[in-house]
Design a protein around this ligand. Structure first.
Ligand code: GLV
Ligand code: MN
Ligand code: MN
Length: 405
């Protein structure tokens, strides 16, 4: 059986995982930041060392392309993910899939009859700039390059300027490469595979995502002198809105999940009633109708809340992606590959967003998952056993070998 170079893959995951780690041991490589540049430089160095053609598009997506005179002109198999991270990230999210893709291309015994490329898409995480899955969304034609290059980050930076500053504003037009098929290997980031004692997930669909930013405007006033009945308290209204959203998701029998991950008060002082509260909502559901119903319920509640709390509420949609169904034929190949290596496998839904959901718009696509210890991700404690990482990479190799010949 063909196999990837396990030692090199594991070594590189660790090496990349050390880039952007600060003196407190926290890993932060936000898109187009200085630490992202260091990660990109390391990755591009590996692509060149592998003898691949390196291509960078205007939104900073990086491609390492293998082709031979025999495969020239054919649509490539594309394997991708991302190397930007969240704040206080683990080392596997995204990086595992990108580095495994590179190993697939370099695996000895692989004799593809079409080109194979590996991609690291810009700003998959969406922490610094929204929307998330940004680079792959642009590549798939879902948003234009100018719009995302003008995106203003949480720190006031502009993506296009930051990409130019770190040397990754390429000159290729996004979408220059139309894949024959797209594969993405990723850690599950949830508890299902570990709980069921299975090493491989064949991802058949991915849930819908709604990101919103809610701004509540009230009136700042003295915390000691203003009677409760005379307040226009943005903080209290925010608390009620958040409780409504989270309690509703918690009480639901559906797989709806809701998160408020950021909040900010103004003027943010102990003895001043908040004049403004700004918080973000991450709402997800595998069913589009239900996701719409949840969005509508929230909107109705906010309208009523504005009246009862005497505040002004405005909502901005930061990202909205419908659920995605992956290519069944590739899902079946993943299952068959796992079985022929004697590995337990199940079909599953991705709870996380991935570049694959964007690439599915332009090519047959599917994903392979490996277990996440304790179901923990977007956390420095994110962990997957070496043997599980290697097993997943070899399934990626098997399926890639089929799709590239
Ligand atoms: C991407 O990491 C997401 O938020 O699902
Ligand atoms: Mn990821
Ligand atoms: Mn992530």
């Amino acid at each position: 059986m063909i196999a990837i170079d396990a030692k090199r893959l594991l070594g590189r995951i660790r090496e990349l995982g050390a880039v952007g780690r600060n003196s407190e041991g926290r890993l932060i490589r936000l898109a187009a930041s200085d630490t992202d540049r260091q990660g990109r430089d390391l990755f591009v160095g590996w692509l060149r060392q592998a003898g691949l053609d390196v291509a960078i598009d205007r939104v900073g997506n990086i491609f390492g392309i293998w082709q031979s005179p025999e495969t020239m002109g054919q649509a490539p198999l594309l394997i991708g993910s991302h190397i930007d991270t969240v704040i206080d990230a683990g080392i596997y999210d995204g990086c595992y899939g990108v580095l495994a893709g590179l190993e697939v291309i370099k695996a000895s015994g692989l004799s593809p009859s079409r080109p194979i490329a590996v991609a690291a898409f810009t700003n998959e995480e969406g922490v610094r700039y929204t929307p998330d899955m940004m680079g792959s969304l642009v590549h798939a034609g879902g948003i234009d390059a100018e719009t995302v290059l003008a995106a203003v980050g949480t720190d006031g930076s502009v993506l296009g300027r930051e990409l130019a500053r770190i040397g990754y504003a390429g000159d290729l037009e996004p979408g220059f490469l139309t894949p024959h098929a797209y594969l993405e290997l990723h850690i599950e980031q949830g508890p299902v595979l570990e709980r069921e004692g299975l090493p491989i997930g064949a991802v058949e669909n991915l849930q819908g995502i709604s990101w919103q930013r809610v701004t509540i405007d009230g009136v700042a006033n003295h915390a000691g002198t203003t009677p409760m009945s005379m307040r226009s308290d943005a903080g209290h209204a925010a608390a009620r809105a958040i409780t409504f959203l989270l309690d509703r998701a918690k009480a639901s029998n559906a797989p709806t999940v809701a998160t408020v991950g950021t909040i900010r008060f103004e003027p943010n002082a102990i003895n001043v009633i908040p004049s403004r509260a700004v918080f973000t909502i991450d709402l997800r559901d595998p069913d589009e109708q239900r996701l719409q119903a949840e969005e509508a319920a929230l909107a109705a509640y906010l309208e009523q809340l504005a009246a009862t709390e005497n505040v002004i509420i405005s909502v901005e949609q930061l990202a909205r992606f419908e659920p995605v169904i992956f290519d069944l034929r590739i899902v079946e190949r993943i299952e068959a590959a796992a079985k022929s290596r004697g590995l337990g496998v199940r079909r599953m839904t991705s709870g996380a967003g991935h570049d694959a959901q964007m690439m599915a718009r332009i090519a047959p696509a599917a994903m392979i998952f490996v277990p996440s210890a304790g179901g923990i991700s977007h956390n420095t404690r994110e962990h997957t056993e070496d043997a599980e990482l290697v097993a997943g990479a070899n399934i990626l190799l098997d399926v890639a070998a089929q799709l590239a010949t």
